[in-house]
Design a protein around this ligand. Structure first.
Ligand code: SAM
Ligand code: SF4
Length: 330
């Protein structure tokens, strides 16, 4: 079958599936502290529906899959879903993005189900700042989760750190050192306008260039990894002393839309061609309404065909998506 190509010639082979919109912590740049309105449980896709959708996507050329949320480890029996998905012929890479709070408890079961690649979200090694950011006192659990994964042989493990200006500057270097000591790549993600309270503005983004300057000054020179995948969102750098890597997802200061290969399925079954998309395609209705695989495939194709060139965060035209990060699946 022809690949999933849009009108700008971009081929899409990378699918992110959110398995829940619920979360056990409350990062301020994603969720409000109280009063979060979650989807009714019956609206969440079942494992069978997710598996079917992924099979159709694979028939269209999807090869890379990431499970996310909300917090994916809150989805009951997640290991069962992972087992189903790794068994799909054509999936070359399955990864999970988690806040790590429940990882120590579930790491063994998920590993046994076939999971190897994880991104753990961690912005700081400072307990007070962790509490300030997440409104929970769970830093020790996250660190325990990472240690457990290292012990079990997960790899590669990456850490996602959201870069918010006038907040996490003291954390940039300690996190990088933590990663260097453990063979973990830290990926600093510029704060994006996807929070639920409209807090974002450009002045609150800690920019990749400023972080690179801090790391170079405090740890040592970095150079861009020459053979990196041009479609990966992060620009990777290695330390000149050969000890480890850091990455920057610089959606604001270095937008990478021209190379985008990603598509998304929300936990309530909406298909999105972009994190920042306004329009969605209702796959749940198709999956539950007796649609054929062919009909689902052409709905995916149609949406990808309509994909825009990219977000316009740096322009006056930018309109934030109606759903915040936890509801889309980051
Ligand atoms: N709960 C899991 C977690 O936190 O990793 C998975 C879902 S979370 C929405 C996925 C990723 O989105 C997180 O790792 C975090 O780095 C990122 N994120 C959340 N809100 C963000 C924002 N406003 N700007 C940039 N990145 C954000
Ligand atoms: Fe939860 Fe992840 Fe959002 Fe933080 S970023 S509130 S951990 S979904």
């Amino acid at each position: 079958m022809a690949p999933l190509i849009d009108t700008f010639g971009r081929i899409h082979d990378n699918l992110r599936v959110s398995v829940t919109d619920r979360c056990n912590i409350r990062c301020f740049y994603c969720m409000p502290e109280t009063g979060v309105k979650f989807e009714a449980r019956e609206k969440l896709l079942t494992f069978e529906e997710i598996e079917r959708f992924v099979r159709v996507a694979v028939s269209l050329g999807v090869r890379k899959l990431r499970l996310t949320g909300g917090e994916p480890l809150l989805r009951r029996d997640l290991a069962k879903l992972i087992r189903k998905l790794v068994a799909i012929d054509g999936i070359e890479d399955l990864a999970l993005t988690t806040n790590g709070v429940l990882m120590a408890q579930q790491a063994q079961e998920l590993y046994d189900a076939g999971l190897r690649r994880i991104n753990v979200h961690l912005d700081t090694l400072d307990r007070e700042r962790f509490k300030q950011i997440t409104r929970r006192d769970d830093l020790a659990k996250v660190l325990d989760g990472i240690d457990t994964c290292l012990r079990l042989g997960y790899g590669p493990i990456k850490i996602n750190a959201v870069a918010v200006k006038n907040l996490v500057e003291p954390d940039i270097v300690p996190l990088a050192l933590y990663g260097r000591e453990r063979g973990i790549e830290i990926r600093y993600i510029e704060f994006m306008p996807l929070d639920s309270q409209g807090l974002w503005d450009k002045g609150k983004v800690l920019l990749a260039d400023d972080m690179i300057a801090m790391l170079t000054r405090e740890i040592g020179p970095l150079r861009e990894v020459p053979d990196r995948d041009p479609r990966a969102p992060a620009t990777d750098y290695e330390y000149l002393d050969g000890k480890g890597k850091v990455g920057f997802v610089a959606s604001i200061s270095r937008p990478f839309c021209l190379n985008c290969n990603r598509i998304r399925l929300t936990s309530d079954g909406k298909f999105r061609y972009c994190l920042f998309a306004i329009d969605e395609t209702d796959m749940r209705q198709l999956l539950r309404g007796g649609a054929s695989d062919q009909a689902i495939a052409s709905a995916i194709r149609g949406s990808v065909h309509d994909k825009w060139l990219g977000h316009e965060i740096n322009t006056q035209r930018f309109v934030p998506p109606p759903r915040p990060m936890y509801s889309i699946g980051g």
